[in-house]
Design a protein around this ligand. Structure first.
Ligand SMILES: NC(=O)c1ccc[n+]([C@@H]2O[C@H](COP(=O)([O-])OP(=O)(O)OC[C@H]3O[C@@H](n4cnc5c(N)ncnc54)[C@H](OP(=O)(O)O)[C@@H]3O)[C@@H](O)[C@H]2O)c1
Length: 270
């Protein structure tokens, strides 16, 4: 299927690793101009090379910390100068280092840090990008939330609350921006063996037999530690969600807005 993305201007925040990277590669394969935003120089340049090889019309690495408003404004400003328009904004970065733990173990600083990356980063990126999205002939926003918002776990209270706020923001924006033809949707991943999750697996003691390259192991650990099983009995590979994000963010998606799409191996009805 031709997603109508050739030449489209796309920004994927958190597009250098995991699910954001997988989505960026799908946009690149469709011939889009793809900017990826992250903090790490090596990951940015490796991703830009991979996107060019995958077929991107342009690949633009943007170094920025999404918890710093000035960084976001500067990164989007670069795209304003370069492209003057944006067809697709994907907010895929999320709390990785923060937000895990039970309510009585999470202090104010951690709550604030979790909401800074989990919610406020998307608020600021949408705000900065809106003039560019409005300047484009068609536009989509895709926010990557989390399935844990639907299936609560006491072990990840702050992370889940920040993601629930992001999901609410998405729905609210979808209503506000519908008259302008800007479609806004949420994609909610279940358990994925992305960089953040692999790093977590590597911190576990050997007796837990947590092989980060084994999707069944990743699923088992997530179920044991966070109570999130899935009917498919394995975690997802980021490559399995990239095409979903690309479709929802594409020109072919003309009638889906305000939706919250699960990609979770059946976790929703376990
Ligand atoms: N993995 C899962 O099982 C799972 C489940 C549900 C929801 N999610 C959500 O899905 C999204 C993608 O997760 P993932 O596991 O694929 O992530 P990941 O592999 O850990 O990658 C995270 C990306 O975000 C960037 N990033 C993180 N903090 C940033 C910051 N402060 N400023 C700029 N960039 C930042 C990272 O680049 P740098 O580190 O180089 O900055 C990287 O590109 C996240 O929103 C996550 O919360 C994940």
């Amino acid at each position: 299927m031709d997603l109508g993305l050739a030449g489209a201007a796309v920004l994927v925040s958190g597009g250098t690793k995991g699910m954001g990277r997988a989505a960026a590669e799908c946009f690149a394969a469709e011939g889009a101009r793809v900017a990826v935003l992250g903090r790490t120089e090596d990951a940015l340049s490796a991703t830009a090379s991979a996107l060019t090889a995958a077929g991107a019309a342009e690949a633009v690495p943007l170094r920025a910390d999404l918890t710093v408003r000035e960084d976001i404004d500067a990164a989007v400003g670069t795209l304003a100068d370069r492209w003057g328009e944006l067809h697709v904004l994907v907010n895929a970065a999320g709390p990785v280092e923060v937000g895990i733990g039970r309510f009585d173990a999470v202090d104010d600083d951690e709550w604030e840090a979790t909401f800074a990356i989990g919610t406020l980063s998307a608020v600021r990126t949408v705000r900065a990008a809106l003039p560019l999205l409005r300047a484009a002939s068609w536009a989509r926003i895709v926010n990557v939330s989390a399935h844990s918002t639907k299936r609560q776990s006491p072990d990840i209270v702050a992370y889940t609350a920040a993601k629930a706020a992001l999901t609410s923001l998405s729905k609210n924006l979808s209503q506000w921006l519908a008259p302008e033809g800007i479609l806004v949707n949420t994609v909610s991943p279940g358990s994925f063996a992305s960089e953040g999750m692999r790093t977590y697996m590597r911190t576990l003691p050997p007796e837990r037999h947590a092989d980060p390259d084994d999707l069944a192991d990743v699923m088992r650990i997530i179920d044991e530690d966070f109570g999130h099983p899935a009917h498919l009995r394995r975690a997802g590979d980021p490559a399995e969600i990239g095409p979903v994000i690309a479709f929802v963010g594409s020109r072919v998606n003309t009638y889906m807005t305000g939706a919250n799409i699960n990609v979770d191996g059946g976790s929703d009805f376990c």
